[in-house]
Design a protein. Structure first.
Length: 219
């Protein structure tokens, strides 16, 4: 991405939106070369809508309850994202499984954050599951989204310890702190066009490599 060009993000959320807030803050502080062009929620009561309004970011609520199937809801969401010129779809606590209609409209351009170290503990209530399992470490994962549940190629992970006196709340808070760190970092890597997918693996290219290749082209 060239110097002044900003990657256009569409952030989808269903709840409080602390991950959204960390992305808003990093964009405002120009720590990432991105701008949020649309915040989209499926839940009219989502705190994320208020956060968007506070930051003067266009927002939209499309209530999934108004649609009789997943595909027609997804079509409406895709149309709104396309109309806003979204280049990267950022799922931030978006509690809907997305269909092929959505994935095909943004190939390799949808990312999600999950509060566990995938592939362990996909799905819901994963902090509780990690505690109950007796895992010594937990964490979070930023990954590309495919049509499975939390199955897409992994971009970045952060690890936190599970402490003896942890409750679901204390462990979730420790994980969330890391989420707020790695999600903007992963977005920045994508903005810098340093991320590529090879099979299931995500390669992060070093920042200097493209210039080196240009200065010394193979003869
Ligand atoms: C986060 O734990 C995220 O990993 C999960 O949903 C939660 C959203 O939290 N997908 P918030 O709405 O960003 O505060």
């Amino acid at each position: 991405m060239s110097a002044n060009r900003k990657l256009k993000l569409g952030v989808l959320a269903s709840g409080g939106g602390t991950n959204l807030q960390s992305i808003i803050d990093q964009c405002q502080q120009q720590k990432i070369d991105a701008e949020i062009v649309l915040v989209l929620c499926n839940n009219p009561a989502a705190g994320a809508l208020q956060r968007a309004e506070n930051a003067d970011i266009p927002s939209l609520c499309i209530n999934h309850r108004d649609f009789h199937d997943r595909q027609s809801f997804d079509q409406k969401v895709v149309a709104a994202l396309q109309e806003a010129g979204v280049e990267l779809v950022v799922l931030a606590g978006f509690m809907r499984i997305i269909s092929e209609v959505f994935v095909d409209a943004f190939p390799q351009r949808i990312i999600n954050i999950h509060p566990a170290l995938l592939p362990a503990f996909p799905g819901l209530h994963v902090q509780k599951k990690a505690l109950e399992y007796g895992a010594r470490f937990a964490g979070c994962t930023v990954h590309f989204v495919d049509t499975g549940v939390d199955t897409g190629p992994i971009i970045m992970q952060a690890v936190v310890p599970v402490l003896d006196d942890d409750t679901v709340e204390t462990l979730s808070a420790r994980i969330l702190q890391q989420e707020h760190q790695i999600y903007p970092k992963a977005i920045q890597l994508i903005a810098e066009e340093r991320v590529s997918i090879v099979g299931r693996r995500v390669h992060i290219n070093s920042a200097a490599a493209p210039e080196t290749a240009l200065i010394n082209p193979p003869l």
